[in-house]
Design a protein around this ligand. Sequence first.
Ligand SMILES: Cc1cc2nc3c(=O)[nH]c(=O)nc-3n(C[C@H](O)[C@H](O)[C@H](O)COP(=O)(O)OP(=O)(O)OC[C@H]3O[C@@H](n4cnc5c(N)ncnc54)[C@H](O)[C@@H]3O)c2cc1C
Ligand code: SF4
Length: 463
Amino acid sequence: MAVDPMKRVPVKEQNPQVRAHNFDEVCLGYDMEEAKAEASRCLDCKNPKCVGGCPVGIDIPGFIRELKSGNVNEAFSVISEYSALPAVCGRVCPQETQCEKYCIRGIKGEPVSIGKLERFTADYAREHGISLDKAAKKNGKKVAVIGAGPAGLTCAGELAKAGCDVTIYEALHKAGGVLVYGIPEFRLPKDKVVAYEVENVKKLGVTIKTDYVIGKSASVDDLMKEEGYDAVFIGSGAGLPRFMGIPGELACGVFSANEYLTRSNLMKGYDDNYDTVMHPGKNVVVVGGGNVAMDAARTALRLGAKVTIVYRRGEEELPARREEVGHAKEEGIVFDLLRNPVEILEDENGWVRGIRIIKMELGEPDDSGRRRPVPIEGSEYEIECDTVIMALGTSPNPLIASTTEGLETNRHGCLTANEETGETTKKGIFAGGDAVTGAATVILAMGAGKKAAKGILEYLGVQ
Ligand SMILES: Cc1cc2nc3c(=O)[nH]c(=O)nc-3n(C[C@H](O)[C@H](O)[C@H](O)COP(=O)(O)OP(=O)(O)OC[C@H]3O[C@@H](n4cnc5c(N)ncnc54)[C@H](O)[C@@H]3O)c2cc1C
Ligand code: SF4
């Protein structure tokens, strides 16, 4: 296959007009020939900047070198040393701000498609039944992990590899955290990819108990005192949605993005074969400009709605991944930028009938360094809609902190934990991922889970 070393090998995607009506994956990934061609663009740098940009430090030139020669088993073996969820990360990591941002090939041409190559390697391994890790010899230590998201799964996997007896307690009926309840099927297939990678963690000897809410079914102290765990890792995420506090927000037809996405992804509310009904909406306004807003908007579109995204800053400031914004536009989602809702309008039965919006302009930079959106007086207007989805960010649920004495949180409700070891303010209790940082990314949660596993092993005196 002829390759222009300056340009990426394009990846196949579902046609936008077709995919706007189905939940199948948008990106179809590379085949072997395309993956080898893209791998051939890597310069195998002596000082590979890409590695420094990866929060878990994957030996990127190492796995790409193997791919170039078609040794996918070896490529998979290299990645697996660093990541338990490579097919997930290859799909959802913001590579453009991490490894690919620093790729030396990107100085004069387009960076190597590291994420797509990682995805190819992991998919190939799955499709060809390649698995590497086996359950380790037991060391007699017992650790409980709270939450089966990327942080909890990674921490549990690392501890099991070191011989600990690990049980994950998960509140929902399925393991995966945001990977199963938040990120939609068209970006991250649930059974094919997430369930498979969760199964790989179980193969290491990890037990997962679902429908088990720590703070209700049992407390953190119960785990330590009554269940005899030597240490506990808290990876409970940041699932508590924020709202704007504007009039009309309690109307029927107003959702948090988390609720809307959970009803669709996890509860299959759109599928007549399930008893869990949902209100998909015909004319939907999504408020926010991050990945969560894009996911909610693209889900509503696939459920048959006309969708508008309302965001208070401009195109440049949209926090969502460029790829997601591009996909949303291609599929026909309307972006109403430099706009902010001031009121949700209700009909006589308490259902949403519209939204009142004010125009914004950008002023001086705020604490985050981004220019502050300022309302333009007298610019208010109304648009009709029957559903409003708020995608304004989330924070950690206070349940665990409020039921565990000695566990400190900061003013945002995030658990206080040492960045390097995951140690919290309570002896034997460790934490990481969104529960500590607030809403962040899959790979950062995985990195925190890995560091905490190391911290736990040191605490337990296991090397
Ligand atoms: C819609 C959406 C789209 C996103 N898109 C991307 C993306 O494209 N790329 C990216 O990198 N990141 C993305 N993110 C962010 C990313 O998914 C999170 O940063 C990541 O999942 C955090 O991992 P975690 O393990 O800390 O928490 P979570 O994934 O939230 O997992 C926490 C788990 O703990 C469980 N839990 C909570 N409380 C309890 C309790 N009391 N007892 C037992 N279990 C409990 C929860 O049910 C959950 O399963 C997205 C987030 C959302 C919501
Ligand atoms: S920086 Fe880019 S070109 Fe260099 S090793 Fe990493 S992926 Fe290859």
